[in-house]
Ligand binder design. Structure first.
Ligand code: ADP
Ligand code: NI
Length: 214
């Protein structure tokens, strides 16, 4: 029964996100699912069914990928009706999805399952994949790869974070380099350190080539 719900959800999410070009495609979802289940196993914590469904569905209601937040949450509710998921699981999954996003700015998460899915989503935002996703997102949004005339923004509101003027290189300083210190589980912190170092080396190299230091 649970496996059937997971299989159906996997197919649904694949169909919804298979042609996304903003770094929130099906393969991002699949990596987050695998990372989240890995963290849960290592930490020996969390309900795996809730973690897997929440990881699969976490970007479905996202306001970036829908006309607005209302349209997104309606989509999610309709899917829960479709698979006839019982109400306690629906509530647990919605609570995870509504609290884990970086832009929601929530500091204390409501459950271990939320902590684990958030860590998995954040691990996929850093390292080599994180670099690739950032330039894919930036290109899709139409922002410059780098603009040295812009300054690095601190303490943005959600609106400023989404719509303010920035560049993809700025996004590393405004978010990605901070993620390592914002993880919840020891397992995720261990995985993050290599990915973090890789981004630091990438930025050093990028700056060197940008300045044409030969
Ligand atoms: P969350 O889903 O946790 O709210 P975001 O949607 O802000 O996080 O970011 C998801 C990914 O999209 C980031 O890890 C990054 O790769 C990309 N992204 C988001 N905002 C920007 C931006 N302003 N410039 C470049 N990439 C971005
Ligand atoms: Ni995500």
């Amino acid at each position: 029964m649970n496996q059937t719900m997971i299989d159906l959800t996997e197919k649904y999410v694949y169909d919804q996100l298979k042609s996304d070009a903003s770094g929130h495609d099906w393969f991002h979802i699949d990596r987050v699912r695998k990372l989240a289940l890995h963290i849960a196993k290592e930490e020996r914590k969390g309900n795996e069914f809730i973690i897997e469904l929440a990881a699969l569905l976490h970007d479905i209601p996202d306001d970036k990928l829908n006309r607005d937040a209302d349209e997104g949450s309606k989509k999610l509710d309709e899917w829960f009706d479709e698979i006839k998921l019982e109400i306690d699981s629906v509530n647990a999954i919605k609570q995870i999805i509504n609290t884990i996003s970086y832009s929601s700015g929530q500091l204390k998460l409501p459950s271990i399952e939320a902590e684990i899915v958030q860590d998995a989503d954040r691990l996929d935002a850093i390292g080599a994949i994180g670099i690739a996703r950032t330039f894919a997102f930036g290109g899709k949004k139409g922002q410059p790869m780098f603009d040295p005339s812009l300054s690095i923004r601190e303490n943005m509101t959600k609106e400023e974070y989404r719509t303010g003027k920035s560049s993809s290189i700025h996004h590393f300083y405004e978010k990605l380099l901070r993620l390592q210190d914002m993880l919840n589980t020891c397992t995720a912190k261990r995985i993050a350190s290599e990915r973090h170092e890789y981004m630091v080396r990438f930025l050093e190299e990028f700056n060197k080539e940008w300045d044409v230091r030969l």
